[in-house]
Design a protein around this ligand. Sequence first.
Ligand SMILES: NC(=O)c1ccc[n+]([C@@H]2O[C@H](COP(=O)([O-])OP(=O)(O)OC[C@H]3O[C@@H](n4cnc5c(N)ncnc54)[C@H](OP(=O)(O)O)[C@@H]3O)[C@@H](O)[C@H]2O)c1
Length: 274
Amino acid sequence: MSDLPILIVGGAGKTGSRVNERLLARGIVTRLVSRSTPIAFDWTRPQTWNNALEGASKAYVAYQPDIGVDGAPEAIMEFGRVAREKGLERLVLLSGRGEPNAQAAEVALQTSGLDWTIVRASWFNQNFSEGYLVESVLAGEVALPVGAVPEPFVDVDDVADVVAAALTDERHANKIYEVTGPRALTFADAVAEIAGFTGRPIRYTRITHEGFIDGMRKAGLPDDHVALLDELFRVVLDGRNANATNDIEKVLERPARDFSGYARAAAATGVWGA
Ligand SMILES: NC(=O)c1ccc[n+]([C@@H]2O[C@H](COP(=O)([O-])OP(=O)(O)OC[C@H]3O[C@@H](n4cnc5c(N)ncnc54)[C@H](OP(=O)(O)O)[C@@H]3O)[C@@H](O)[C@H]2O)c1
């Protein structure tokens, strides 16, 4: 294993921080970057990319604000070009299932000339405890513009395990892994499970897209973020991603973590109130 650092773009985030823990546990040197790190990295400022890539052997990329947004494919293409110039060997990209821009970003990476691994994830369990849904759970109502569409929520700890494997084992070069949890739940099912483990009443309400947009604006989210979230619910949650895969089991040789285990453990941390 090389002594050169593995770059983690989005190092303080849900996946990046976990990937970092796993690499450090294996004695691998890492370099975490985002806008607020000593070596600053900003997707909107390509002049920051060179320093971050300097001397790195491989990279894990969690694109911001979302791999599904317009401009993501172009940014990944340009980042891949700079990374190749800098001598990077392999790039592991976190992608999203069923999103046209995400799939275009994957193609940009695949044609970059770098070795690559694509980890295409379903919705994270941790959106309920570390992401934008935590406030709603705490408030006792999760209101989203989606009905009884099954989604095989994936645990971010499994995503990080797959990414760490991809960064450290040559067998994962030039592969696409579609990572999901072992079973599909509707958002109402997921919220009911969380309520069960917290012992508090938390209800799920299906709302209109207009109501969703209005609520997020009132909560102070910037317009571009509101539009992005609404787009994700419109485009991705139409049932196209309802099937669970066994890619986590194939890579890690153990079953994927189930939503119930996640909800029980997260409830025990007190993140959703006592
Ligand atoms: N959530 C899901 O269900 C899901 C499912 C599939 C795929 N994904 C993909 O997962 C990725 C997000 O990964 P994550 O959840 O691990 O990350 P995250 O927790 O959302 O955040 C990662 C970090 O990104 C940094 N950041 C924000 N804007 C940035 C910018 N302009 N330039 C550089 N860094 C920036 C932030 O740190 P600073 O403030 O220090 O910059 C933040 O700590 C997205 O590409 C999304 O499409 C998400």
